[in-house]
Structure formats: structure tokens, C-alpha cells
Ligand binder design. Sequence first.
Ligand code: XMP
Length: 509
Amino acid sequence: TIAVLDFGSQYTQVIARRIRECNVYSKIYSYKTSAKQLKKDGVIGVILSGGPSSVLAANSPKADPKIFSLGVPVLGICYGVQLIAHLLDGKVEKSKEREYGHGTLKVAKKGSLFRGLPTKLRVWNSHGDRLAKMPTGFSAIASTENSSYAAIADEKRKIYGIQFHPEVDHSEGGINILENFLRKICGCKGDWSMADLARESIEKIREKVGTDRVLLGLSGGVDSSVAAALIHKAIGRQLTCVFVDNGLLRLHERELVVDLYKRNFNMDVRVARAGSKFLKALKGVTDPEKKRKIIGKTFVNVFQDSLKRIGDAKYLAQGTLYPDVIESIAIDGNPAATIKSHHNVGGLPKSMKFELLEPLRELFKDEVRALGSALGLPKEVVWRQPFPGPGLGVRVLGEINKRNLDILRKADAVLHEEMMESELYYKVWQSFCVFLPVRTVGVMGDERTYDNVIALRIVESKDAMTADWSRVPYEVLQRVSTRIINEVEGVNRVVYDLSSKPPGTIEWE
Ligand code: XMP
């Protein structure tokens, strides 16, 4: 085990994630954990995380100084290196300027930490204090414009400190530095895998849940699907999944979900057929925000109703991921900042007295996908494009009624088929149709038509925060357009959305 001692950095989970990427097992510990405990747990390396505090402050979190005499390698990152200096006989001082953002790292001595890396690296910094004097036995192995001690090492005792953040994406070579520490310095084998993670999570769920029952709102999306598969592996039919059919699903979506989980996985899936309830509540409403609110409220009602029928359970499971947890935490890593509630099962009233079971809470999206594959979920689920909670409700503009929904569903199915056929489906971020409540004139055969418009929205994105319209080959667009107009009654025109985000959004409502 590699122990990551957590000093409250918003990047602690990112460190853990990078260690997993190196196929090494790690565990996050409180900074208070004693050296004795770490030894008992068989720890073979310690990483001290960053953190928002200053080691100079009287009540700042400090590690047990005995960790330096455990005889296992130690790597301090940011706050971690300052702590090394502070606890040993070095010196930390307030610097006049906060070093924040990119800097160029000049490597002076490659040693074991920088082995195989170039001598100049663009690295990412975020710290206020700086190292003024190294502890005895240390030498500086890299510097930046602002600091001659950007990385320090005591190769004899295998204690290393780096001022920048190797764990963030925008630090060049960061993963190689961590890998060097894990493999070369700690001697990790690197044979840990997602299957091991699955086994551990299943064990943990079993232990926590015991003989109690668990409920889960299954949407068919990646997160809730992987959570369901994992919990099901752990406790079988003690898990009951509720799938709400809100009438705003895509063609055959309910059948596909029920088929997969009920028939293939033998899960206890209850379907709440509430399409007409949603449509009734949405009748005559055209304002996008009002529509969203109605859909959200109706969902809660339907979900609660079906829970009443299912009976008592101690836990409510959710597919919350780490980015959902961190999303609203302020950039300077204040751990006290508010945490957003998950927006798919979001807004469940406080009166619902469940304990939460969130087995994916420490994972990132790509890890959840890998975990899903390790659990035997098919590619179509694991690599599914995102689909908004309010479903086609945000894609039928104007009033939502059965006719318009049916038109959209048929058009969307055509687009889906063609995206699969041309092998573009998994390459883009999202590809979907939008129903426009606009009629335009056309001619079909010798007849004049006066029908609706379908807009195609196909975007590329990394995280949905920004997006650009996809340069889909004309032939594909042409096939989609021809097929929709020929096959979907009520549509005589197809247009392609050329807006990026920002200023547009991905969905139209
Ligand atoms: P926008 O339209 O804001 O969408 O650019 C960004 C991403 O979020 C998805 N989306 C939602 N997902 N509940 C969800 O679970 C929602 O209410 C919701 N609204 C938008 C959208 O599909 C895109 O991937």
C-alpha cells in the first residue's frame, strides 16, 4: 500500500487517481495517522498531499514526525514539502508573491525522481509559502524562476519534496515523476488493476450494508448503471432499482434497460410507468425553466411513490462521482465550501430518511467506465453518450406532447443508427436531434408540404463545459437528413447546429 496523507488539498483524490493509473494500490489516510499505524498496515511509501494551510500557522495540520524514520520512501507535494522542511530542520517562510500557475522547472539532478525526463518541464504551481532552507542531508534537484528549491531530495533516506503539483494534468511529465517514485523508489510492482478495485469495493459494500436493503434510482446512464452493477455484485437482490419511465425517453429505451438489468443481470428492477403523469403536468407549458422544474418535481413524486410501494430500505444508492463532489468547491481548495447535490436524483426532499451509499464517490468518469467494463457491462452502456435527466423534455422545444415526442424519437433513432454505422458515435461527445415547433414549406412528390424542422446537434467536448460543433463528414449529414425526411412523417426539413459553447449551450433548453 502507498499511503496518501491528506492535508485537505482539493487534489488529494487526483493523486490517488494518478497512483491507480500507475496500477498501484493506495489508500488515503487522515494526516493525523500515526507512523505506527502506517507500519502496521504494511505501507511501503508515503505521499504527503498539498493543502490550503500554511505550516507557519500554529494550528495547521502536521504529520507524525516519526514517518521519516519508518524506513519507507516519502514524497511531499506542495504543502507536503513545506511540512518536510518544517518537521525536519529546514525553514519555510512567507513569500512576497504567491506562485500560481505555470512555471518552467529546471532539473539540476535527475536522480531517481526525474529519471527519463527532459531537463526542462512546464509545471503547475499553487502555493504561498516557500522553502528558505533545506533540512540537513537534502540537496536541491530542480528549480523554478521563483524558487531554487522547487524539488529537493535526500536520496539516502529516500525523502523527496516537490513544490509544484505533479498530479494535475497541466504539469508536464507529472505522471512520470509519480511513476518513478512508485516504481523506482518504493519498488511497487504495478500489477494492481480495476478488477482489484471492483473486488475491494464489493467487499466494502457488503461490510457496510450487511443484511439491509438498498434502493437505487436507475437511469440507464453510465454512473447509475455502474453503481447498480457493483452493488448488485455485492448484495444481489437486497438491491432494488427503480427506473422511472417519464415518457421523455428515447425509442425503446425502457425495454433496453429492463432487458439488460433484469434478464442479463437478474437484478430486481421496478419500472414506474409515469409517462402520462409527466405529459399531463407539462400540458400547455412552453417556458424551458418551467418545463425543467415540472419534470424535476414530478420525478420526485413518482420516485417517492414507488419507494412507498417497495417498502423499507436503509440505504439510497447514488452514482455520485468525485467530480460531482468537487464541482462547487472553490479553486483555492477550501474544504468547507458547499457541495452540490447530484442533479439526477437531486432535490429529493429531506424528509426521506435514507443513508446514502455512494460507491463511486472517489472515482473519475474514465475510471467508472473501466470499472463498468470490469464488471461485465456492455460497451453500449459503458461508453454511452451523456443524456440529460429531463430527457427529451429539453429537446422538444415549445409544448411537449406525444406527437412531437414521437417525431423526435424517430428522427433521433435514425441519427443514432447513422452515427453507429459511420463509427462516429463514440468519437463525439453527444449527437442528438432537437424538435423545432416551426413549420416550413416543402415539396414532396408533387405535393406541397408544411411540416416541422429537426435540428441536428453533434458536438465535441472534453467535459461539457466548453464544446464545439463536430465537423461531421457531409456524406453522413446527407444520409441522416435524407433518411429523416423520408422516414419520419411530419418532418420536411433538417438543419445542422453550428454553434459552439459558449456562447451556445449543448442542449437547446
Ligand atoms: P448544456 O446544455 O448546459 O449541457 O451545455 C451540458 C451537459 O449537461 C447535460 N445536461 C444535463 N444533464 N441533467 C443532467 O443530468 C440536466 O438537467 C441536464 N441539462 C443538461 C447535457 O446533455 C450536456 O451533456
